[in-house]
Design a protein around this ligand. Structure first.
Ligand code: ZN
Length: 375
């Protein structure tokens, strides 16, 4: 198995400055600025560092990103928004619409490189250069709207790459599976009326954006039935996620028959994330990766692109990321048995709980994925 890896040092140079956790502070208000924003380069850099010291990085195929073109970005975003980001970035910087998102000086160029990194990942898989890819890009993308930055996201990397796969590479059906702890609202919006891109988001119920990501948001017009939300209860762990993948994600993919699967890989559903209240362990992320690998092998010649979204535990993100990349590459490193890897596995209620199963059954039935009655 050949696994590609997208990375660029400049991804780490997108500067989100100081904030009060994830919230931008105002010196005349009540939020005292901490020494850095929750979304900073640490988690991603440490993820890459662990790949490096484990020896796994040497076994991956390096894929260099390129800047996405304005034409590529505008397959999702409005030209006016792209202009706005460019102008803010060239000047003193600015903010998104939600009080959390920073457009720093030079962010425009880095955001283009982030979107272009996921496009290159898609091309590498479609060209058969690699079997699958992990694109460790920054800034993240799944909250970005056509005309606004949101939730630390500037350009919708997964949406832009899916458009590329369809428009330029001629694929008919692309599926995007989002396991970030937050709702993939931007990706949902990008394809809400489109039956050719299936969007599935598993997230903590009503976490971010507020009021977004309910079971009832199923698409509109021709896209009705091609958007699935799985708003899992806070506290969901490895068992709940695995059940949701087996009961909802895999059957939905089988019904849709994608030619490419893109995973929007937020590592903020981990048990130690400051912005999420879920309990995934590194082993759990590894298991979800195995399920996606298996689905891709059966449905689309193994074409799988995993592109990075959120994840804010500087300690646990690297181990979750390593578990994912180990599965993608089919390589087991010597990194085993550390307290950080094993501690989350043994937390209470990691196994599927009745109220989690009830939500999963409700989503499966609403989506017409109900299991046939036994007997
Ligand atoms: Zn997130």
């Amino acid at each position: 198995m050949q696994t590609g890896f997208v990375w660029h040092e400049r991804y780490m140079w997108h500067n989100t400055g100081r904030a009060s956790g994830p919230f931008l502070s105002d010196a005349s208000g009540w939020l005292e600025p901490d020494w850095r924003h929750t979304e900073n380069s640490d988690t991603k850099r440490r993820f890459r560092n662990l790949l490096d010291v484990s020896g796994l990085l040497d076994q991956l195929v390096r894929i260099d990103p390129r800047p996405a073109t304005v034409e590529e970005v505008c397959r999702f975003h409005t030209p006016a928004y792209v202009d706005q980001v460019r102008e803010l970035s060239a000047g003193a910087g600015g903010e998104g619409v939600d009080g959390t998102t920073v457009i720093g000086k030079g962010t425009y160029e880095v955001a283009l490189l982030s979107a272009g990194g996921v496009i290159e990942a898609v091309d590498a898989v479609l060209d058969g250069k690699v079997d699958n890819v992990y694109a460790l890009v920054r800034p993240c993308g799944h909250h970005a709207l056509a005309d606004a930055a949101m939730g630390f996201c500037v350009f919708g990397n997964a949406a832009i790459a899916a458009h590329h796969a369809r428009v330029v590479r001629g694929l008919e059906r692309v599926a995007i599976v989002d396991w970030d702890v937050h709702h993939g609202n931007g990706t949902q919006a990008a394809f809400y009326d489109d039956p050719l891109v299936l969007t599935i988001s598993l997230h903590q119920d009503n976490c971010f954006p507020p009021g977004s990501g309910s079971v009832e948001e199923t698409g509109e017009g021709a896209g009705e039935g091609f958007n699935l939300n799985v708003p899992l209860p806070p506290g969901s762990g490895d068992g709940a996620y695995e059940a949701a993948f087996e009961r909802i994600v895999v059957p939905a993919l089988e019904r849709f028959q994608p030619q490419l699967i893109v995973v929007a890989s937020g590592l903020d559903a981990s048990a130690m994330d400051p912005l999420g209240r879920m309990m995934l362990s590194p082993k759990g992320y590894g298991r979800l990766t195995e399920i996606m690998l298996d689905a891709a092998a059966r449905l689309c010649d193994g074409r799988l692109v995993v592109e990075h979204e959120g994840g804010y535990s500087a300690e646990l993100v690297p181990f979750c990321g390593l578990a994912i990349v180990e599965r993608l590459a089919g390589v087991e490193t010597e990194v085993k048995g550390t307290i950080l890897q094993e501690f989350p596995e043994h937390m209470g209620q990691q196994e599927l709980q009745p109220h989690e199963l009830a939500l999963i059954e409700r989503v499966a039935e609403a989506a017409g994925l109900a299991e046939p009655a036994v007997g």
